[in-house]
Design a protein around this ligand. Structure first.
Ligand code: RTP
Ligand code: MG
Length: 143
């Protein structure tokens, strides 16, 4: 198994619900370690840059509006198979389809306000982490 890093965002709906601690606890309980974190209120342009991969999708405008509608907690999670482990903890994009006990099943309201983001693969994770964090802001323990 490989030690990986993934980018997590606790989205504006979950921050508004005061669920930051409850969601971080799920990551930690699953063996993931928070090695960088910051609270930001993104501008629509910053949200658009982060989600540029979805630029041609019909939901892009709404997604950028929603992601800039309030503060978010952006973090880097590190651990064994962190990328897929985080995706499992999150559950399906649409909370109606998310498995019981997943973050989205428990905290998300809709496919737009779906509580969390997580990188979907190693290249995406590397790009997303460098979008928000410099090397100096990531405090990993030595291996
Ligand atoms: P995320 O990137 O936020 O972790 O979510 P994801 O991989 O599960 O979903 P993705 O396909 O990457 O879509 C990014 C975000 O766009 C919103 N979305 N809305 N209305 C729709 O059909 C639709 N599809 C996606 C969701 O908020 C999703 O998290
Ligand atoms: Mg995605």
């Amino acid at each position: 198994m490989a030690t990986e890093r993934t980018l997590s965002i606790i989205k504006p709906d979950a921050v508004a619900k005061n669920a930051v601690g409850a969601i971080l606890k799920r990551f930690e309980d699953a063996g993931l370690r928070v090695v960088a974190a910051k609270m930001m209120h993104l501008s629509p342009e910053q949200a658009g840059g982060f989600y540029a991969v979805h630029k041609e999708r019909p939901f892009y405008g709404e997604l950028c509006q929603f992601m800039s509608s309030g503060p978010v907690l952006i973090s880097v999670l590190e651990g064994e198979n962190a990328i897929s482990k985080n995706r499992e903890l999150m559950g399906a994009t649409d909370p109606k389809k998310a498995a019981p006990g997943t973050i989205r099943a428990d905290f998300a309201d809709s496919i737009d306000a779906n509580a969390v983001h997580g990188s979907d693969g190693p290249e995406t994770a590397a790009w997303e982490i460098s979008f928000f964090f410099s090397q100096m802001e990531i405090a990993s323990r030595p291996a």
